[in-house]
Write a protein that binds this ligand. Structure first.
Ligand SMILES: [Mg+2]
Length: 242
């Protein structure tokens, strides 16, 4: 045996969840899929209500209630995901608030290694996100995520959220893919429903979008937490899973 060879009993072969010979293109959500949703949840649940309360001169609890009520009203629309809309609604600088805690931005378990594997396997990888372009820029600045994929599409580029069939029509027009040989991964089930209606055959849901919250077990789609569980690999147990 060579000095640097790995003993066979130290090799762990993971059984992949997918038939990768049937997949040519991979579409990936960003927040809660590639990036830990812990950052966005902290910003939207804590920092935005605090900034809104200060700007409107109201109590933080009142600001939270008002925001949650209005979020329910416009949930799933393009406005729901727009920094411009919420900046105007709250009277605050939404991009500035998002820049307060950049140290919280990080990849989810195994996400960066998965993107490297996709590149090595020569499969096009496209981020398809409802995040506003300013949000994409902030995530990229602290992770370099846009450099890890072939393209980044924000639903704001098209004016339709991923929940809308028009998003998928426009995505295919701008980035042609065969839906029968495409994988889409997201942490949002209504978005996965829309992708299914658009004909995308391989769909996976993320069971633990926010590392600070409990894992979800009641999902309608096949689900996983760490990306190392969805692609073939052969590595030693000591290897880093990030
Ligand atoms: Mg998401």
């Amino acid at each position: 045996m060579q000095a640097n060879a790995t003993p066979l009993n130290n090799i762990r072969s993971a059984e992949p969840m997918l038939d990768w010979t049937a997949i040519d293109t991979v579409l990936l959500d960003m927040d809660g899929t590639l990036i830990d949703l812990n950052y966005d949840n902290h910003v939207w649940n804590d920092l935005v209500p605090a900034a809104f309360a200060s700007a409107a001169d109201i109590q933080v609890t009142e600001a939270k209630q008002q925001l949650q009520h209005h979020m329910r009203e416009i949930h799933g629309t393009i406005r729901f995901y727009s920094f411009d809309y919420w900046s105007s609604y709250c009277g605050i600088d939404m991009t500035g608030v998002h820049n307060l805690v950049p140290h919280m931005i990080d990849y989810r378990c195994g996400a960066r290694a998965f993107l490297n594997w996709l590149r090595d396997s020569r499969r096009p990888a496209i981020i398809a996100t409802n995040a506003h372009r300013d949000s994409v820029d902030i995530k990229h600045r602290h992770t370099g995520i846009c450099n890890e994929v072939d393209a980044v599409v924000s639903s704001h580029d098209y004016g339709y959220p991923k929940e809308d069939p028009e998003f998928w029509r426009q995505l295919q027009r701008h980035h042609p893919y065969d839906p029968a040989r495409t994988l889409f991964v997201d942490d949002n089930e209504p978005v996965l429903d829309a992708a299914a209606r658009a004909g995308i055959r391989h769909l996976l849901c993320v069971s633990l979008p926010d590392s600070d919250r409990p894992e979800r077990h009641d999902l309608s789609y096949p689900s996983f937490n760490c990306f190392t569980d969805i692609y073939p690999q052969c590595h030693t147990p000591q290897q880093n899973r990030t």
